[in-house]
Design a protein around this ligand. Structure first.
Ligand code: ATP
Length: 326
């Protein structure tokens, strides 16, 4: 295992017949970090996770989790991974504490330690008030928390969570995010999702997979910069000014580095889109010019560099792999 990484994947491949659902992927998840595993439907996320959690063997390639090989040391891997599957099968008639005790016993936790482990995971996952509730009466959000509590029961170094916020309302999503942030540092987390905002807010690194291949990996910031670099015509500065649109357009168009200015909307406040060399000097010049002319600057923002735009670009079948790809 590479030092400092809890998940190490090398050339991992899974074929269903002739179809390569996972096609020679390689990546690492550093210890104690939260890494987002992002991809559109059918990209190969669940297939990869099922190999990492020893539910199916790879066709070729290797993967190790917490230092153990998923193929040859599956018992060691299973005891060190907490796995939240996309649809956690949960016994609806059992009560929360009863279910966790049952799961704890299955995971080999000693009877003497079981009560305190159940209390500890319930506290981490904010389940305290629901201990005696039948699972069937819990909301989707509480069931997801229960699934995460189950994954944490034997305090595994590695957590693999498949779509932990799917089907939750915005408040529940925010709460789950906070919970994941609390777990970072104590556990290494691989978080599979197709929700971009989740990755941007929660993860230190992102791996983007599409059609079975790794398309890009890096920090959210690196991916955004890559997006801007690859598509400089896509990065635009949107400027909103209280002033006459045509005159503002002429003033902006005469500035060094500006290639094109387009009026997006006209009125007492006009909105213009600028492209060209969009650096700090240009922003300062725009701000001072607008003030000198007696107009008012309402807003200046860059568009075309979001993770979402990058995701759409690279998962588009016509797009080529960016240089950040592994
Ligand atoms: P989603 O976000 O929709 O869950 P995913 O990224 O998890 O997608 P996978 O479930 O890993 O994607 O599927 C990857 C590809 O492999 C898909 O094209 C899927 O149809 C195919 N696939 C998955 N399981 C099997 C199987 N048992 N037999 C044949 N093809 C399969």
């Amino acid at each position: 295992m590479a030092s400092g990484a809890d998940i190490v994947v090398k050339n991992l491949t899974k074929a269903y017949g002739k179809f390569l659902a996972v096609d020679h992927i390689s990546f690492e998840v550093p210890k104690g970090s939260i890494v987002g595993f992002l991809g559109p439907n059918g990209a190969g996320k669940t297939t990869t996770i099922r190999m990492l959690t020893c539910f199916m063997p790879p066709t070729s390639g290797t993967a190790s989790v917490a230092g153990f090989d998923v193929f040859t040391q599956s018992m060691e891997v299973r005891s060190r991974v907490g796995y939240l599957p996309e649809n956690a099968p949960i016994y609806t008639e059992m009560r929360v504490a009863e279910y966790l005790s049952y799961r704890g016993r299955l995971k080999g936790i000693e009877r003497s330690a079981l009560k305190s482990r159940v209390e500890s995971v319930c506290q981490k996952c904010w389940l305290g008030e629901r201990l005696r509730w039948p699972i069937g009466t819990l909301s989707k959000g509480y069931r997801q928390r229960l699934g995460i509590a189950d994954a944490l029961l034997n305090n595994p170094p590695v957590l693999i969570l498949d779509e932990p916020t799917v089907g939750l309302d915005p408040t529940q999503i925010r709460e789950t995010r906070k919970m994941l942030a609390d777990l970072a540092g104590q556990h290494t987390v691989l978080l599979s999702t197709h929700i971009l905002s989740e990755v941007e807010l929660t993860c230190q690194r992102v791996i983007i997979i599409g059609r079975g291949k790794i398309l890009a990996q890096g920090t959210p910031e690196e991916l955004k910069q890559e997006c801007a670099r690859r598509n400089s015509s896509g990065a635009k500065l949107v400027v909103e000014v209280r002033g006459p649109a045509q005159q503002v357009k002429m003033a902006l168009g005469a500035m060094p580095g500006v290639e094109n200015v387009e009026i997006l909307s006209d009125g007492p406040v006009c909105s213009l889109s600028v492209n060209g060399k969009l650096d700090g000097a240009l922003r300062e010049l725009i701000a001072s010019t607008v003030v000198e002319r007696g107009w008012a600057l309402r807003e200046m923002r860059t568009t075309g560099t979001s993770l979402e735009e990058f995701f759409v670009q690279i998962t588009d079948p016509g797009a080529t792999n960016p240089s950040l790809a592994a």
